[in-house]
Write a protein that binds this ligand. Structure first.
Ligand code: ADP
Ligand code: MG
Length: 354
């Protein structure tokens, strides 16, 4: 091994890298572990009826956010939201969080305090408690959050449960976070001059900027399903964009999917930003990412048990294993390749690559 040529990670990509880690770790003989690596969160049994889920996600300066346009209070809120979203994606509710911070020396005490006000606000919003963390020095501001959530075992929903004939639905609207990022990037030069004093141009772009900087995870949906006694067949959060998450559900469930481009829910402001940048808003919705919404599948006759305001049907599950297509508004059907944006729209350009 030691004299083999080192393989750049970019040669194999993130998912193949995780597969390699899994090979080294092997399988656990732990009978309480209901699900390890491979879904939005790991799941373990705590007694005969209940299970805990656990997930961790990092936000790293220069990779996930730019401090010049990410106010510290929002960073605290968002770091919790992105983890809560993975807990919700198991149909569990969040309970406890830890926060580990890597702090470069140009971060002030006041900034850390502001960050924690954002964390507290998020914990109050999601009904959870921060119970610990770690604080170290670092070259870039690094935030790593772990969240533990709880569900009854019969409430849990995995990626693998989708069945041919199911309706595919999403909560909220799509592409807004990416539209917000586009606006913020455009303003970056002005922002850099003003530093911490920067306040987003909230009048024209309030909605999309909020979608990017201070996303809310879809906790109301999970609470609503419990009250109504509804339990979808498959569930995932849409942090990486619908285009790639639908592939995860299909692969795990050994089914295919047809997405209707005309049905993708897009806020008016998102559409206006796409028009301003002369880009295709469907690409924002499919590949933009950072929309902390949920994608779920359930039999069409169960749709009437849901609150009609709380979701949009964007497609259907098909029997064709791992075949994911988009039906365009003109009726054409094109393959939805999670990484091959050129298959959709045909112009080969997609600013939404991340
Ligand atoms: P998500 O986008 O929902 O946060 P990821 O794509 O980050 O999920 O991760 C996919 C799966 O791989 C998850 O089950 C996650 O726990 C696991 N995973 C990711 N990175 C590592 C790692 N460094 N070591 C072990 N498991 C990992
Ligand atoms: Mg996820």
């Amino acid at each position: 091994m030691s004299n083999a040529t080192p393989t750049p990670i970019s040669d194999i990509g993130e998912f193949a890298l995780i597969d390699r880690m899994q090979k080294i770790l092997g399988t656990s003989g732990d009978e309480d572990l209901l699900l390890g690596i491979g879904d939005d969160a790991a799941v373990y049994r705590i007694d005969d009826e209940r299970a805990h889920v656990i997930t961790t996600d990092a936000l790293i300066e220069t990779v996930h956010f730019d401090r010049s346009f990410m106010p510290t209070i929002h960073l605290g809120f968002k770091a919790i939201s992105v983890n809560v979203s993975d807990v919700l994606a198991m149909n569990a509710l969040p309970k406890y969080a830890t926060v580990s911070l890597g702090l470069p020396n140009n971060i002030s005490v006041e900034m850390v305090e502001t960050f924690y006000r954002g964390v507290r606000k998020a914990c109050e919003h999601y009904g959870m408690t921060l119970v610990g963390g770690d604080t170290t020095a670092a070259r870039h501001l690094t935030v790593n959050v772990t969240v533990v959530g709880e569900a009854m075992q019969h409430e849990l929903i995995f990626r693998r449960g989708a069945r041919a004939g199911d309706a595919l639905c999403v909560t909220g609207d799509l592409g807004g976070a990416y539209a917000g990022l586009k606006v913020l990037l455009r303003q970056r030069e002005a922002i850099k001059e003003q530093g911490e004093a920067y306040e987003p141009d909230i009048d024209a772009y309030r909605y999309v900027i909020q979608r990017q900087l201070a996303p809310n995870a879809a906790i109301e949906t999970i609470r609503d399903w419990r009250e109504r006694g509804v339990r979808p067949n498959a569930l995932i959060d849409i942090s990486d964009g619908l285009g790639s998450e639908v592939h995860h559900i299909c692969r795990a469930s050994r089914v295919g999917a047809r997405i209707f481009a005309a049905a993708l829910p897009v806020a008016l402001e998102t559409r206006e930003v796409a028009n301003e940048f002369e880009e295709d808003v469907d690409l924002f919705a499919l590949f933009g990412g950072d929309d902390y919404e949920l994608l779920f599948s359930l039999p069409p006759d169960v749709l009437e048990d849901l609150d009609p305001q709380s979701f949009t049907q964007v497609g259907e599950v098909t029997p064709d294993e791992d075949e994911v297509v988009v039906q365009t508004p003109t009726g054409d059907t094109v393959a939805l390749d999670a990484s091959g944006y050129q298959h959709f729209g045909g112009n080969g350009t997609n600013g939404a690559a991340r």
